[in-house]
Ligand binder design. Structure first.
Ligand SMILES: O=C(O)CCC(=O)C(=O)O
Ligand SMILES: [Mn+2]
Length: 273
């Protein structure tokens, strides 16, 4: 969100240069930032958030607020937007590819309808140390947070106000990897908490299906809702979406590139259980 004023400031014309310190030394970055906000205030422009101007300026010039679009249906409340620009998303994707270590062995199997299956993607969880999460018959203990995940988590918090203590990461090597219809309604989740789903890499179809419209025993005709989750995007799934709607990432044979999805969750701590 680099505005014209900010560009002019960088060339040193919009705001008067902050005075030199008593030592006569050149102004520090913090002093230049104060000068910028002082000039903005004089021109009656708002600054945000109050009290953290230097930090806010640095974040603001890197991270324009996403333009949210609301997705709604009966009992479905989601917001979708681009959380990262293309260049930053490219860098994060590469960093995730280098630094995320996926589960191996037993943890790559799921228990579905009494049988064990290899999951058709790679998976891993990271989070606060005391947490556990049971998903399709397997209990996961999170690996400790790493900086790239904290960076994404902080960005979500900055733009949504929500903090998360756990993330499930799925890596789809190409369009043959997928995730079947399910709801994220595990008992360990903090009741009514949202789930923040961030995607990098290949754009994939993501489909919501209402619980009353599934299969042969459907009792209502509610159209599925199809989204395309783009590189650098955030989908906020808010209560009560996961009560009424199943979601899936179906196979797409024409997709040849990999995709990484991170679903940030609020898991109950022992004290809350
Ligand atoms: O990859 C996606 O977009 C969805 C992943 C998902 O639904 C999950 O991890 O529960
Ligand atoms: Mn899910």
């Amino acid at each position: 969100c680099e505005s014209g004023a900010e560009r002019r400031l960088q060339r040193g014309r919009a705001a008067p240069r902050p005075r030199r310190g008593p030592s006569g030394a050149a102004p520090t970055a913090a002093a230049r930032t104060r000068g910028y906000f002082a000039a903005k205030q004089r021109r009656g422009l708002p600054h945000w958030p109050p009290g953290r101007q230097g930090h806010a300026h640095r974040l603001c010039s890197q991270t324009p607020a996403p333009r949210w679009s609301r997705r709604e249906g009966p009992g479905l409340r989601c917001d979708y937007g681009l959380l990262f620009g293309a260049a930053e998303a490219d860098g994060l994707f590469r960093q995730l590819e280098d630094e995320v270590e996926y589960f191996e062995g037993e943890l790559t199997k799921l228990h579905v309808f009494g049988k064990w299956h290899s999951i058709p993607r790679k998976q891993v969880t990271y989070g606060d140390p005391e947490l556990t999460y049971t998903y399709s018959g397997v209990t996961f203990s999170p690996k400790p947070w790493i900086p790239v995940l904290n960076r994404i988590r902080d960005r979500i918090a900055l733009h949504t106000g929500h903090t998360f203590n756990f993330v499930l990461i799925n890596r789809y090597k190409d369009g043959c990897d997928h995730i079947g219809e399910h709801r994220d309604d595990e008992r360990e989740l903090v009741p009514r908490s949202p789930i923040a789903s961030v995607s990098f890499g290949a754009c994939r179809d993501f489909i919501f299906r209402h619980c009353d419209s599934r299969g042969k025993n459907a009792t209502r005709h509610i159209k599925p809702i199809k989204l395309q989750l783009a590189h650098g995007s955030l989908l906020m799934m808010k209560y009560p979406t996961n009560v009424y709607w199943y979601h899936s990432l179906p196979t797409r044979k024409r997709v040849l590139a990999p995709r990484i999805n991170l679903t940030f969750r609020k898991v109950m701590t022992l004290a809350g259980k």
